[in-house]
Design a binder for this molecule. Structure first.
Ligand code: FES
Ligand SMILES: [Fe+2]
Length: 416
C-alpha cells in the first residue's frame, strides 16, 4: 500500500516531476521509422509534452515543439525543407535545434528570427524505431540491446495506445504469478466457454520466484511445478530493462521480443511490441521481409468488449481495469508481490540518484560497452514449449502481417 503522495511520485511523468526527470534520462521510442515513410511529420505526445517529429528533405530527423511560436498552430501540418520544418501558416522555418532560420515576411535586415528558438530534442534511429532524448545534455548513448541490432533478422513492431498509466503495465512484468492465473486458468476458462481446451504450459504452479538486480534492471526467474533447478526458467530467467522495457523470447533460438511502455502522459501509454527473429546465418532473409512493418494490436471487438482469447489481450484487460492510474493507496500486496515491491524500490532509488546529480542505472557513456548488449534470456522457456507456431498464434504476434513467413524461415533450420 502506498500513500497518495508516493503513488503520485511513481506515476506522474510530466516536466519537472521527479519521475518525469528520471524517465527523461533515457532514450525513449517516439515512432516507428515506417511511420514517416508516406508522411514526413508525426505528432508525438511523450511524457506529457506535445511535439512534432519530422524528416526533412535531406533525410535528417527533428523532434521539436508541436506549436509554432508565432501564432501557435500545430506544425504537424508543416512543410519539410532541405534543413528543418517550415510552418504552414506564415512560413517560419525551424531547424532541428529549434532555431528559427527564416521569417519570409519580416524585413530582410530583421534579427527577430535569431531570438526565436523553440524546444528541440535529439533523435536517433535504431532497428526501425526512432528514439528521442528529452533530458539534460550530455545525452547518454542509445543502448544497443541485442534485439534492436542483431544481424540477419526479420523485424516487426506491434503497437497499441493503452488508456492507463505506464506503471501498472510495468508492474505486470514484475508479477510472474499472474501468468499462471490470467494466461493459464483464466485462459482455460475463456476457451472452455467456446468449447475448446488449453494445453497446460501456462497453468503450472509457481513453486518459487526470484528477482535479481543486474546492470540494466531486474532479472526475474521462476521455478514451475515439475521443473528442476537446472531449467532455463530458473537458472537464467529474463529481465525488466529499467525503466520501461520487458525483454522476453528464446534468446539462444534467435527470437527477441521487447515490450516497451512509453508514457504518453500520466493516463496513456504507447505500448510497443518489438520483435526480431534471427534464424541464423544460413537462412537468407527475403528482401520484402527486411522492411519493418508497424501493425496495430487490437484489444477490443466491435462491441467494445475486450479480446480475451490471446495472451496480450488478457494483460491489457487487466492493465486498463485497474483504473486509469491504479489506486495503490488501497491495494493489499501479498508475498508473491515482492517483484513489484523491488521495482518500486528501484524507481525510488533511481529518482534519488538523479536528484543527487548522478546517472541512473543503465546509463551508458562508453561506446566500447555499447557494441551489442546481450540481455539474459532463457533459451528454453517453458511457456514457449508448444513451439513457435503455436506460441505466435497465442500472442499479439497473431496480428503481425509477416509472422507466418517467420515461422517458415525457422522451420528451415529445424525450429518449429
Ligand atoms: S503560425 Fe507559424 S509562421 Fe505563423
Ligand atoms: Fe501477462
Amino acid at each position: 500500500m502506498l500513500s497518495q503522495q508516493q503513488n503520485e511520485l511513481l506515476t506522474k511523468v510530466g516536466p519537472g516531476t521527479p519521475m518525469g526527470n528520471l524517465l527523461r534520462r533515457y532514450w525513449i521510442p517516439v515512432a516507428a521509422t515506417s511511420e514517416l515513410k508516406d508522411k514526413p511529420t508525426k505528432k508525438v505526445r511523450v511524457l506529457g509534452e506535445d511535439l512534432v517529429l519530422y524528416r526533412d528533405r535531406s533525410g535528417n530527423l527533428g523532434l521539436i515543439d508541436e506549436r509554432c511560436p508565432h501564432r501557435k498552430v500545430s506544425m504537424v501540418y508543416g512543410i519539410p525543407e532541405k534543413d528543418g520544418l517550415r510552418c504552414q501558416y506564415h512560413g517560419w522555418c525551424f531547424n532541428k535545434q529549434g532555431q528559427c532560420l527564416e521569417q519570409p515576411n519580416e524585413p530582410a535586415t530583421s534579427t527577430f528570427k535569431d531570438r526565436i528558438k523553440i524546444k528541440a530534442y535529439p533523435v536517433q534511429e535504431m532497428g526501425g524505431l526512432i528514439f528521442g532524448y528529452l533530458g539534460p545534455e550530455p545525452a547518454p548513448l542509445l543502448p544497443r540491446f541485442d534485439g534492436f541490432v542483431v544481424e540477419n533478422a526479420v523485424r516487426m513492431i506491434g503497437n497499441a495506445v493503452i488508456p492507463c498509466n505506464w506503471l501498472q503495465i510495468m508492474e505486470n512484468s514484475m508479477d510472474p504469478i499472474h501468468t499462471e492465473w490470467l494466461h493459464g486458468h483464466y485462459n482455460a476458462y475463456i476457451l472452455e466457454r467456446d468449447g475448446k481446451s488449453l494445453e497446460d504450459a501456462f497453468q503450472r504452479k509457481h513453486n518459487k520466484i526470484e528477482f535479481d538486480a543486474f546492470e540494466y534492471g531486474i532479472v526475474k526467474r521462476r521455478l514451475l511445478e515439475g521443473q528442476t533447478e537446472e531449467s532455463d526458467d530458473w537458472r537464467i530467467g529474463h529481465p525488466v530493462v529499467f525503466p520501461y522495457m520487458l525483454a522476453v523470447g528464446s534468446g539462444g533460438l534467435g527470437a527477441y521480443q521487447f515490450q516497451i511502455r512509453v508514457p504518453i502522459d500520466d493516463e496513456n501509454t504507447w505500448h510497443v511490441w518489438y520483435m526480431a527473429y534471427a534464424p541464423g546465418e544460413e537462412v537468407e532473409i527475403p528482401e520484402h521481409l527486411k522492411e519493418i512493418p508497424l501493425y496495430e494490436v487490437p484489444y477490443k471487438d466491435e462491441n467494445g468488449d475486450y479480446l480475451l482469447d490471446y495472451i496480450d489481450g488478457q494483460d491489457i484487460m487487466c492493465w486498463i481495469t485497474q483504473g486509469t492510474i491504479a489506486d495503490r493507496t488501497d491495494e493489499r500486496l501479498g508475498t508473491t508481490d515482492k517483484g513489484i515491491i523491488a521495482y518500486r524500490q528501484m524507481l525510488k532509488e533511481q529518482i534519488a540518484k538523479v536528484e543527487h546529480g548522478e546517472d541512473p542505472i543503465g546509463t551508458i557513456r562508453d561506446p566500447e560497452k555499447n557494441q551489442f548488449i546481450e540481455l539474459p534470456l532463457e533459451r528454453h522457456k517453458h511457456h514457449f514449449s508448444a513451439g513457435f507456431k503455436s506460441v505466435f498464434s497465442r500472442f499479439q504476434t497473431r496480428f503481425s502481417p509477416t509472422i507466418a513467413e517467420v515461422v517458415e524461415l525457422f522451420a528451415k533450420v529445424g525450429v518449429k
